[in-house]
Ligand binder design. Structure first.
Ligand code: 26V
Length: 824
């Protein structure tokens, strides 16, 4: 009966303008007479938000009504980037809005760029979660994301005198994409003690008492699918002082300040995203974040389940929970606690429910990234959970003991508790033991976890507990939104945009690989994307780069294992080659722009030294008249999702050059290929599967293989190697002060020369340089290059996150999409 009152979505430019202007004038209270781009952004966002909300409400009603199994994706990071463009493209009507805005005197691009990135993540892991949400909604899966509503996302990076400086990222000034649910709150307990008693039947009972309470408040973000009415929900928890805790006693007795301090302490939990990527530091506040978010999410999930009045044993038929790395592992003992201590289930029945509910994705084998929490800290913060973890461990070790009697060393190796001082809880083992499936994120990585960190567990559980789901990216954002002209060209050849829902359709582009007109347009689009990036570089840095040069890009978090140092040493080598060549020889160089971008964790000195070196090299090279257009070096400040959308379509070559066996998958490699850029890479992560799909001729692979890494490292430690001579020449140049005071780079070079070259930079240097020369040659042959790039795009269908989500749904979650009803 209410239907007749529901607002009608706009369908024309004029209707859009009416809506946007109404929001500017009333919702935002901004007069049209001083209406700037930020106000127009607000009005536009709110007009589209209205459309989303209708779909969102309906989707949630349908999902509740149908009561099919749902998946809950628990991730401490969701690197969403901007929402407006995505919303416009997913629900449609962007063209209508573009026309409307231009009638109001504004350009769509300028309006879109008003939005602050939602940067609640560090890198690949967080962006993967965002791509997954897009695919889940686009494929109509009943799915929710659960995360933390950080007040500060990943810091903003400024480069001052060549050094990284971190600036807080306060992003919530105006965020039209979230809805605070004042009515959805959960009280979360910390500290306190455990009471144990016998009930009437003589059974031992446990309860967790005392301590302090912090309140979790839900903030919901709509996640629209592409060309579907499905609009899923991302629920982010914010922390605040529990109502009883904002102590009116204190308040009235004049202790106003300490009462406000309590408030602030509670809010600290969701204040800031930890900016480390692949480095675990064991901070109490981080553990508090993890428990706060796990407990609030589970309370919410259990509450929803209980409303259906189904039996507990049915829980795994209604709920799948995916753990994005080990960060949400506390959800395992928390669910066990709810079932045993609160709902009164027997241990074994509860544990069987827990194991059927959870799946765990591993995203790294780097030892320094594996989470461990000290037992004393956990005892203090979560006393009951620690008991439960000890019990889980006891029953598990008993089982192992029965399977492999008298193997004490095995028991020590697989124990959840590491017998160190202090003792540590190994979160990856707890996650594995509490889940029914464990997956890696690319084939090589999924193999590696079975032979390294989880080797013993393959013996215990058998190989079927382990599986691979190779990562993917959403083609909506990373092709259609980031590269609208390429998307339109493909659509014109394939007869529409269906490939955005089934990316394997791209294979039909192979039919056009010899089509002159198509090749020309394809090249022109790449060129215009490079012009756009060149303009961005000019506007932000004042440096002119020639868009006809080969654009060589490496953008990702700065980390020794990703080897930006190998790249910049290669650049120095190139510079030295140019310098020593005659004017005649110089004509033979392929002009190149080496573009870097990425953040270093604030305490990661080696990564910061790499940034510093890149900037110093840039300074010298870019101002050397001998070099001119032959080489330019650019360090782009503050690499983030919205900048990636400009950068990815503009590369000729991008670099994915991690030491073999260290990069679990990588996902930017997929983004660059999908946009018609080629890659130089090691045999690592998803590069291997990309090669399989696009063909060896279309990728530039180099370097040692993962299977040889151990031996090579060993050789370094025993001095059985020689520094690569070309690399030695690069080091000489650095030492001689060519790039400023060499003291700044002492540690960086020593890591290679003196301390074992853990990442094998020297071992791979010759092969890297050689492959770069090959690239120069190949790029000069425009026709050959064009063929490679077209075939690459045509063969990237496998790397859609839609494929990836379908695999999770089928082999891990056992969930089905919700059938879409035709609109009346
Ligand atoms: C670990 C930690 C440790 C504690 C402090 C904060 C923090 C933040 C993130 C991590 C997880 C590191 C694992 C990770 O990001 N892996 C990346 O996952 C991508 C998606 O699967 C994959 O493409 C990358 O290769 C992999 O490095």
């Amino acid at each position: 009966a209410w239907r007749k009152f529901m607002p009608k979505p706009f369908t024309t430019a004029e209707e859009f303008e009416k809506e946007a202007v109404r929001h500017i004038e009333t919702t935002l209270a901004r007069s049209l007479y001083n209406c700037d781009e930020s106000a127009v952004y607000g009005g536009t966002a709110l007009a589209f938000r209205d459309r989303l909300i209708l779909d969102w409400n309906k989707t949630q009603q349908t999902q509740t009504f149908k009561d099919q199994k749902r998946v809950y994706y628990l991730s401490l990071e969701f690197l969403m980037g901007r929402a407006l463009d995505n919303a416009m493209l997913n629900v449609g009507q962007k063209d209508v809005a573009t026309k409307g805005l231009s009638e109001l005197g504004f350009r769509m691009e300028d309006i879109i760029s008003q939005e602050h990135d939602a940067a609640l993540g560090n890198g690949g892991l967080g962006r993967l979660a965002a791509c997954f949400l897009d695919s889940l909604a686009s494929l109509n899966y009943p799915a929710w994301g659960y995360g933390l509503r950080y007040r500060y996302g990943i810091f903003k990076q400024e480069i001052v005198d060549g050094f990284q400086v971190e600036v807080p990222d306060y992003w919530l000034d105006f965020n039209p994409w979230e809805f605070q649910r004042h009515d959805i709150t959960v009280d979360i307990q910390f500290y306190g003690h455990v009471n144990r008693w016998q009930d009437d039947e003589g059974k031992l009972q446990y309860s967790w008492e005392g301590g302090e309470i912090v309140q979790a408040v839900a903030f919901d973000v709509p996640i629209p699918g592409y060309q579907t009415q499905t609009c899923n929900n991302l629920r982010l928890w914010g922390s605040k002082a529990a109502s009883g805790e904002f102590d009116f006693q204190k308040f009235n007795s004049g202790e106003y300040e300490s009462s406000v301090a309590d408030q602030q302490r509670a809010e600290t939990i969701s204040a800031v995203l930890y900016p480390n990527d692949n480095l675990e530091r064991g901070k109490e506040l981080r553990l508090k974040q993890q428990y706060f978010w796990c407990a609030a999410s589970l309370y919410d999930i259990v509450r929803r389940f209980k409303k259906t009045k189904r039996a507990w044993k049915d829980f795994p038929n209604a709920v799948a929970i995916q753990l994005n790395d080990t960060h949400p592992t506390l959800a395992i003992p928390e669910l066990q606690r709810i079932l045993v201590d609160i709902e009164g289930l027997e241990w074994d029945e509860a544990w069987s429910i827990v194991q059927k509910t959870f799946g765990y994705t591993n995203h790294t084998v780097l030892p320094e990234a594996l989470e461990k929490w000290s037992v004393p800290l956990m005892q203090h913060l979560l006393p009951r959970h620690l008991q439960i973890i000890y019990d889980i461990n006891l029953f598990f070790l008993q089982k192992v003991e029965r399977m492999f009697p008298n193997d004490r060393e095995l028991l020590g190796r697989v124990s959840i508790i590491e017998e160190s001082n202090p003792k540590m809880v190994r979160m990856a083992f707890l996650a594995l033991i509490g889940s029914h499936k464990v997956n890696g994120v690319a084939e090589l990585h999924s193999d590696l976890i079975k032979t390294t960190i989880f080797k013993d567990f393959v013996k215990i559980y058998g190989p079927d507990k382990f599986t691979n789901v190779t990562n993917g990216i959403t083609p909506r954002r990373w092709l259609h939104q980031a590269n609208p002209r390429l998307s339109a060209l493909i659509a014109s050849k394939l007869g529409g945009h269906d490939f955005l829902k089934d990316l394997t359709l791209l294979h039909k582009l192979e039919n056009f690989v010899d089509d002159k007109e198509f090749r020309k347009e394809f090249r022109e689009i790449k060129y215009s994307n490079k012009v756009r990036l060149a303009k961005y570089i000019k506007d932000t840095m004042g440096i002119t780069v020639n868009p006809s040069s080969l654009f060589d890009v490496q953008v990702k978090r700065i980390h020794e294992y990703k080897r930006q140092q190998l790249n910049i040493f290669g650049v120095i080598h190139r510079y030295l080659e140019i310098k020593k060549s005659s004017p005649e020889e110089r004509k033979k160089f392929t002009p190149r722009v080496s573009i870097f971008g990425g953040k270093a964790a604030p305490g990661y000195w080696m990564a910061k030294a790499v940034i510093h070196l890149i900037n110093r090299v840039a300074n010298v090279v870019n101002n050397d008249a001998d070099v001119g257009d032959l080489l330019k070096v650019i360090f782009l400040e503050d690499y983030n999702v919205s900048k990636a959308e400009i950068i990815c379509p503009a590369s000729d070559i991008s670099e994915h050059i991690s030491t073999a066996g260290t990069e679990a998958s990588g996902t930017s490699n997929m983004k660059f290929c999908l946009n018609g850029g080629l890659i130089i890479g090691t045999c690592d992560g998803a590069n291997i599967e990309i090669t399989r799909e696009i063909g060896e001729d279309n990728i530039f692979l180099f370097g040692n293989l993962a299977e040889n890494v151990d031996d090579l490292r060993h050789a370094h430690l025993y001095g059985q190697y020689q520094l690569d001579p070309q690399l030695a020449a690069v080091f000489d140049a650095i030492h001689s002060g060519t790039f400023g005071n060499p003291d700044s780079f002492e540690a960086l070079l020593n890591g290679i020369v003196e301390h074992g070259d853990y990442y094998l930079v020297s071992d791979d240097f010759a092969s890297y340089i050689q492959t770069q020369d090959l690239i120069d040659k190949s790029f000069r042959d425009t026709e050959e290059w064009t063929t490679k790039t077209i075939l690459t795009v045509a063969r990237m269908g496998f790397f859609s996150s839609d494929r990836c989500i379908d695999e999770y749904a089928e082999s891990i979650w056992n969930i089905e999409p919700i059938a879409q009803e035709k609109e009346d």
